[in-house]
Design a binder for this molecule. Structure first.
Ligand code: SF4
Length: 328
């Protein structure tokens, strides 16, 4: 194929940030020879970011399990027998202690996740108190609490929330294979409420769920054509948790994961692209390729909600080996 696909860019001048990426253009990026794709992604990355810096976030599950939704990848759904016990919302003091530990381990952002379809107003008041308290430690705050109304988004903004995570998960076409208890449009509406409230958006997806390449194209197209690109774009590799409907999914080729990261970097050049779930099973070489492809954020810490995350020491050793340092 011709390297002129998508009109070979001048890598020193990546051009304006675009919101009109077509699926054909995104598909052509995925199809590029691997070295060409990585070169383009790295060139875009260097234009917007210091390629030696990685933003570090810590994710704490403040309310685990018992979720009424049926997301096929999720061990926290009450519909699947995964061994995850439903717990109550954590107490403020316990959350603060975790936030202090995260800060001393180098995190600049503290994400709080709750397994809800959407928060009840009394729960939201408690989360707002957590956001206010975590901010006093000098950490950026992020929450992922399910669907939000416009009023709830404004309350979180009032408490000082910096980021809200709500993923599109996959392409609009494949979405119904993964979740039936809410629709794509619900997700887009929550994202719009978050954006309208003035909260930064963290929104990405999951690959390796049995979707096709064209679904991965569709997922990136959906993200890159949002009215404003998400400030953070987490790209997750499915963690095949026993008891979930996707437990026996064949693993995705790691190079296809790297390609997805690279295409996210090129199409959303100003966004922080985060390696999220699935790093535990990823080789150091794959992670290094992801950084080369423009990933510049990781979740750091022993637990990612309810699944294992690489030990902090292992992360630190990898960052040292690659000469990467935490983004301030
Ligand atoms: S991904 Fe979120 S909404 Fe879906 S089942 Fe898990 S906790 Fe519930």
């Amino acid at each position: 194929m011709s390297l002129a696909t998508n009109a070979t860019p001048d890598v020193n001048r990546p051009g304006p940030v675009r919101h009109d990426w077509t699926r054909a253009e995104i598909g052509a990026l995925f199809d590029l020879p691997f070295p060409e794709l990585i070169f383009r992604a790295q060139s875009v990355h260097r234009h917007y970011f210091d390629p030696t810096e990685v933003q570090i976030s810590t994710l704490l599950s403040i309310k685990t399990g018992g979720c009424p939704e049926d997301c096929a990848y999720c061990p926290q759904s009450a519909r699947y027998h995964t061994g995850v016990e439903a717990e109550k919302l954590m107490a403020l003091d316990a959350v603060l202690a975790e936030a202090r530990a995260a800060k001393s381990a180098g995190a600049s952002r503290f994400c709080m996740g709750a397994a809800w379809r959407s928060p009840k107003d009394r729960d939201l008041a408690q989360v707002c108190a957590m956001v206010e308290a975590v901010k006093t430690l000098g950490l950026e705050t992020c929450a992922t609490l399910g669907m939000l109304t416009a009023a709830q988004a404004r309350k979180l903004k009032g408490a000082g929330l910096d980021y809200y995570n709500h993923n599109l998960d996959t392409s609009p076409e494949f979405y119904g294979e993964i979740i039936t208890t809410r629709v794509y449009q619900d997700r887009l509406e929550t994202l719009a409420h978050v954006r309208d409230a003035g909260i930064h958006v963290c929104c990405g997806g999951i690959v390796g769920m049995g979707e096709s390449r064209s679904d991965r194209v569709g997922m990136i197209a959906a993200l890159a054509s949002l009215p404003a690109h998400p400030e953070s774009v987490p790209i997750n590799m499915l963690i095949r948790v026993a008891g979930t409907p996707l437990a026996d999914q064949p693993p995705l080729d790691p190079l296809e994961f790297v390609r997805t990261v690279a295409v996210a970097r090129i199409t959303m050049p100003q966004s922080v692209v985060r390696l999220s779930a699935g790093r535990e099973d990823m080789s150091e070489e794959t992670q290094a390729l992801c950084f080369l492809a423009g990933a510049n954020s990781i979740f750091y810490g022993p637990k990612l909600l309810t699944t294992a995350n690489p030990e902090r020491d292992r992360d630190r050793a990898l960052m040292e080996k690659l000469g990467l340092s935490p983004m301030q």
